[in-house]
Design a protein around this ligand. Structure first.
Ligand code: 3HC
Length: 299
């Protein structure tokens, strides 16, 4: 049985940041053929290096055989030309959480992907999938696939269909997540924050505000939730993992779109502006060894 009979075999991923890179890595490790679209030709090499580095780390940790890494890299192409997504069976968009930017991407995908039944999926976590679907001439093929960071590790994808989503698209995306990636699905309604972020983001904002107000130290807020509630990491460490810029943008989008966040703490906006973005720059609420290639001076 070929992979195509179980799940989309030729996958496109738009964007190679934290989420796009993680999704591409998860697809590669699941034997899918992956083409990553980046925003400029000058970013092609960096995207390939990022994915090569991620697969190398999996080999170094004994989680991936060297031969499987080599095979995965053989199934990876990176391009800055949206036209090269023409043959994709499913494309996952993972660009910045901005409605105009995402709608532009969906319009371009609509023009580029040849199969009129191919699924066009978005990783949005706070915008409405229906608003993205409306940017295309094939709204019945547009779905939400909300992945969680770190994507190769987290077992869940929220799948969001809207009124008008075709049965083929709904079945394809579930097969992609389950048979294709080995993850589980939670089906969510098309509302701001879906299920998980509607619960998680207000909690994270409350933690940032608690620190901002001087109620407790970074360490004690995090220890409160790890030791007191058994969470794998505290809320401030989790924001460092997600990325301070990403969580600030998601929270702002939820505040702007009638989601369950009233206001983004000024502290987060300041941290994002100052490049204290969390793990990816080596400094957020906590300090980390900066990853290779992190912006200099950001920590
Ligand atoms: N990429 C790939 N693999 C990773 C990874 C990464 N970034 N980070 C950790 N891993 C792997 C490790 O290699 C290890 O795999 P192994 O057991 O096969 O060797 C495994 O994950 C466990 O990692 P560690 O032993 O280093 O560390 P922990 O046991 O402390 O687990 C964690 C790390 C999985 C990140 C855990 O702390 C956790 O589950 N934290 C909560 C994460 C979470 O809540 N994510 C959701 C964020 S919300 C979101 O993304 C939505 C968005 O819209 C905001």
């Amino acid at each position: 049985m070929t992979v195509s009979t179980l799940a989309p075999y030729r996958v496109g991923v738009v964007g190679c940041g934290t989420m796009g890179g993680g999704i591409a890595e998860a697809c590669l490790r699941s034997a899918l053929d992956v083409r990553v679209l980046v925003s400029a030709a000058s970013r092609v090499d960096a995207a390939r290096q990022r994915l090569t580095g991620a697969l190398d780390r999996a080999v170094a940790k004994g989680r991936l055989a060297p031969a499987d890494r080599d095979a995965a890299l053989g199934r990876l192409t990176v391009t800055a030309d949206v036209g090269e997504l023409a043959d994709r069976e499913l494309v996952v968009e993972a660009v910045v959480e901005d409605l105009d930017v995402k709608r532009r991407v969906f319009k371009a995908l609509d023009g580029a992907v040849a199969d009129p039944g191919a699924v066009l999926a978005s990783t949005t976590s706070s915008l409405l999938v229906a608003d993205l679907a409306a940017a295309t001439g094939r709204p019945g093929c547009v779905v939400g696939t909300h992945f969680f960071n770190p994507v190769p590790v987290m077992a869940l994808v929220e799948v969001v269909t809207v009124e008008g989503t075709g049965e083929r698209a709904a079945a394809t995306v579930e097969a992609f997540v389950t048979a294709g990636l080995g993850k589980q699905v939670v089906r969510a309604r098309d509302r701001c924050g879906f299920v998980v972020n509607a619960l998680l983001v207000p909690y994270l904002m409350a933690a940032a505000r608690m620190y901002e107000d001087g109620v407790a130290s970074v360490e004690d807020i995090d220890r409160g939730m790890t030791l007191g509630c058994g969470h794998p990491m505290g809320p401030l460490a989790l924001m460092d993992l997600i990325g301070i810029d990403t969580i600030a943008t998601v929270a702002q989008s939820m505040a702007d779109n009638g989601g369950p966040v009233a206001e983004v703490p000024a502290l987060l906006t300041r941290m994002a502006r100052d490049g204290r973005l969390g793990r990816k720059t080596g400094h957020g609420f906590h300090r980390y060894d900066p990853p290779p290639g992190a912006p200099r001076g950001a920590a």
